[in-house]
Design a binder for this molecule. Structure first.
Ligand SMILES: C[S@@+](CC[C@H](N)C(=O)[O-])C[C@H]1O[C@@H](n2cnc3c(N)ncnc32)[C@H](O)[C@@H]1O
Length: 289
């Protein structure tokens, strides 16, 4: 095939029938919770077109059959990687970071606190910018006192592609541009390719793990003081969101905080959290579970 034929072939979109869309969207919903309504047909086509062609299928039905019959589960992993939206950036929704600094950290880090353990979870961490923003903020807030604390940051995602990038922790100039120059100097090393690698002392604070929110139970022994689950539930329906909110509730210490994206609205759902302010919820201190 000539280069021109290659380009032409790549740009031709395989069309999707209603039946094929229903099969694929139901599979995606069952496996990931991501709820795709009819108007998202073009999203499935644009995101899966290349994979379907690379596998030499002529239609989405054959691709669907291949995914559900793949015993290794890898076809499903690749499909989920293509479907999930991984958009993120450092200090996204700054209000949350200000709120942590002004209200949550003073509660969590009193000098007199005997138990020095703090656990924070970036749930749906994508390529890592969210959890590293949290790590930078903690460093800035605590200064040298950070050494007196046992701080663990967990970052999870369903997308292996996103997790691989998060673990590499290398970001291009335009991704770090919005950070103050001082912060870049302190927490990144410049690579040979003029990119920015998060320094080892920061990376050591974070554990990256694959986790699907659809799993019946979360595999953690301990609880968290703060959970960030931002810009994830926007892709879920009410039923999936409520189940997830309940699992988060039971994964938090009493008095713990759940931060969601500002464009997500769970106030209209019936759940156990106390509303604090837009996109901030708290598990009441007296409610042991
Ligand atoms: C738009 S990103 C949000 C990243 C970050 N929290 C932020 O607000 O910038 C949404 C992330 O949720 C992840 N996700 C979607 N469905 C998931 C599921 N069922 N289990 C775990 N992660 C999921 C996606 O892979 C994606 O990385």
């Amino acid at each position: 095939m000539t280069l021109k034929e290659n380009i032409d072939n790549a740009s031709i979109l395989i069309s999707i029938s209603d039946k094929e869309f229903n099969l694929l969207s139901e599979l995606i919903y069952q496996k990931t919770g991501i709820f795709l309504q009819q108007h998202k047909k073009s999203l499935i086509v644009s995101r899966l077109n290349k994979i379907v062609k690379d596998l030499k299928f002529n239609n989405f039905h054959d691709y669907y059959e291949y995914v559900i019959n793949d015993p290794s589960g890898e076809a499903l992993v690749s499909m989920v990687d293509k479907i999930s939206t991984n958009h993120t950036f450092f200090f996204r929704e700054k209000e949350h970071f200000d709120f942590l600094k002004e209200q949550v950290f003073p509660e969590l880090f009193p000098v007199s606190k005997k138990d020095k353990k703090i656990r924070v979870w970036s749930a749906g961490c994508s390529t890592g910018e969210e959890v590293f923003s949290l790590a930078f903020l903690l460093r800035e807030y605590l200064g040298t006192a950070i050494n007196q604390w046992d701080i663990g940051l967990l970052a999870t995602d369903i997308s292996m592609t996103a997790l691989v990038k998060a673990r590499e922790s290398v970001y291009s100039q335009d991704r770090v541009n919005a950070l103050p120059a001082e912060m870049i100097k302190k927490y990144f090393q410049k690579t040979e390719n003029a990119e920015f690698k998060v320094k080892e002392e920061i990376k050591k604070m974070v554990l990256f793990k694959k986790l699907n929110f659809m799993d019946e139970k979360f595999p953690f022994k301990g609880k968290f003081h703060i959970i960030f689950c931002r810009n994830v539930m926007i892709y879920f329906d009410k039923e999936t969101s409520l189940k997830l909110i309940d699992k988060f509730y039971h994964s938090l210490y009493p008095g713990g905080y759940l931060m969601i994206g500002h464009s997500e609205n769970i106030a209209r759902y019936h759940h156990s959290f106390q509303y604090i302010k837009p996109a901030v919820y708290k598990k009441e201190a007296s409610h042991e579970s």
